[in-house]
Design a protein. Sequence first.
Length: 138
Amino acid sequence: MRFVVAGAVIRPAPSGAGAELLLAQRSYPADVAGLWELPGGKLAPGETAEQALVRELAEELAVTVAVGAALSEQVPLRADLTLVAHWARVLDGVPRAVEHHGLTWVDADRLAAMAESGVLVPADTAWVPELLTYLRRQ
Ligand code: CDP
């Protein structure tokens, strides 16, 4: 089994109420291009999920992140590929769309609206309930 790790990158909302999540708009492949995801990528041989996420977010967003616990849902992508996510925070840098079409910080209401309108990468919708709970509680 191989793994893909995605980052639920969060920050306090500028308003002071709740928290915000970073979403990235995929530029490829065609079936998911234009949809929004938690950024990340495949673990390289010998890497832990935490190491892979630090590397992927440095490559894709040009930031250094601190990686926290895993979210509870694991999403089967194929028979041999499973998608996991970890909470993360930016330690250094300002996220930049190096490989994505764009980036956006969303609050709980915006995330719920995006999920409802079908603009999230399908696999990532598994995390929406847990993300909404976190974003609203902070
Ligand atoms: O760049 P790398 O090949 O390491 O990974 P990727 O192309 O970003 O992701 C590998 C697979 O995981 C693709 O099928 C993506 O669509 C999927 N994926 C996903 O469903 N949700 C994410 N948040 C990240 C990746």
